[in-house]
Design a protein around this ligand. Structure first.
Ligand code: ADP
Ligand code: MG
Length: 298
């Protein structure tokens, strides 16, 4: 039988826009001492905007952006939406064939221009290097500069050569710093987990108050779940908060999975708790509520 206090806690939670998959969840969340936060869409708004385009080796910035936008049309990533929007402002997007998409990596496709076709790849560094082979020192420097500026840098390769870099900026949610302060007040250690580059991750962490030692950047989707397992093996009781398809296995693995209501269905299905809307303070409130409810029962 479910103790009446837990049911009351569940009811109180739903009034606060916190949906709990079952009364047991409140009990499970009691011992949580570590909260792993996905970056994009969880700590940040996940509303990316193109902030800069750099063209390399005889390409123009517009050509790079339009080529990237054409292949990104087939992706549902927030990065893709931003690049498509910016590319459409420059030109009509060419047709794409032989498209493929790699989660946490990027996209590739053949674009058809008036004067011929091009094989275009857009994505993270390790993904693009598979298409280009080793980079020149000058290219490496351009990329390092783009990432050091704290932007999410999407590398664009055309016909097996690095052609440019599209930089994107996201915004931190207004409530993220407050939520992280609340977690710390509860004695919970917040950590940041992201597929994005180290420089962006550290900048976001610094702005919201996450210790730089607790930042895990450049993590592939399939490795997010391993990070949670590692923390559990080290004796931590882990809550994971995320919104993306990529976060679902880690949400399921965590002692407590919390999905942002603004996120994907896949994340919600894997989670124990779904918070309505998008505020990170609902994540700290969920944990506060379970502690209060359980202390009333005991
Ligand atoms: P996050 O953990 O921040 O939600 P993902 O795991 O979805 O990020 O992606 C990790 C990285 O892979 C991104 O920061 C980006 O560099 C690259 N990436 C993923 N999808 C795409 C895409 N459609 N286009 C370009 N780059 C992508
Ligand atoms: Mg995300």
């Amino acid at each position: 039988a479910t103790p009446i206090g837990l049911l009351a806690g569940t009811g109180r939670a739903s009034q606060m826009g916190i949906l709990i998959s079952g009364p047991q969840v409140l009990e499970d969340s009691r011992g949580v001492n570590t909260v792993v936060l996905d970056k994009t869409g969880t700590v940040t708004k996940g509303e990316m905007a193109v902030s800069d385009v750099i063209a390399l080796d005889g390409h123009t910035a517009d050509d790079v952006l339009v080529a990237a936008a054409a292949v990104e049309l087939g992706s549902e990533h927030p990065i893709a939406a931003a690049i498509v929007e910016a590319g459409k402002l420059k030109n009509e997007l060419p047709e794409v064939t032989e498209f493929s998409s790699t989660a946490g990596g990027g996209v590739v496709g053949t674009i058809w221009l008036a004067n011929g076709q091009q094989r275009v790849a857009a994505g993270r560094s390790s993904f693009i290097v598979e298409h280009t082979g080793a980079l020149t020192a000058a290219d490496e420097q351009a990329l390092a500069d783009a990432e050091a500026a704290g932007a999410t840098a999407v590398w664009v390769a055309i016909d097996g050569q690095l052609a440019g870099i599209v930089s994107l900026q996201d915004q931190i949610k207004d409530t993220s710093a407050q939520a992280i302060a609340e977690l710390k007040d509860m004695g919970i250690t917040p950590m940041l987990l992201t597929g994005d580059n180290e420089s962006v991750a550290r900048q976001v962490a610094a702005e919201v108050g996450i210790n730089p030692d607790h930042v895990f950047a450049g993590v592939r989707p399939e490795d997010k779940v391993d990070k949670v397992k590692q923390l559990q093996s080290a004796g931590k009781t882990v809550a994971m908060a995320g919104d993306g398809v990529n976060d679902a296995p880690a949400l399921a693995q965590a002692d407590l999975g919390i999905a942002m209501g603004s996120g994907t269905d896949v994340a919600r299905e894997a989670a124990d708790i779904t918070v309505m809307g998008s505020s990170l303070t609902q994540v700290s409130q969920s944990l506060q509520l379970s502690r209060k409810t359980l202390s009333i029962i005991r």
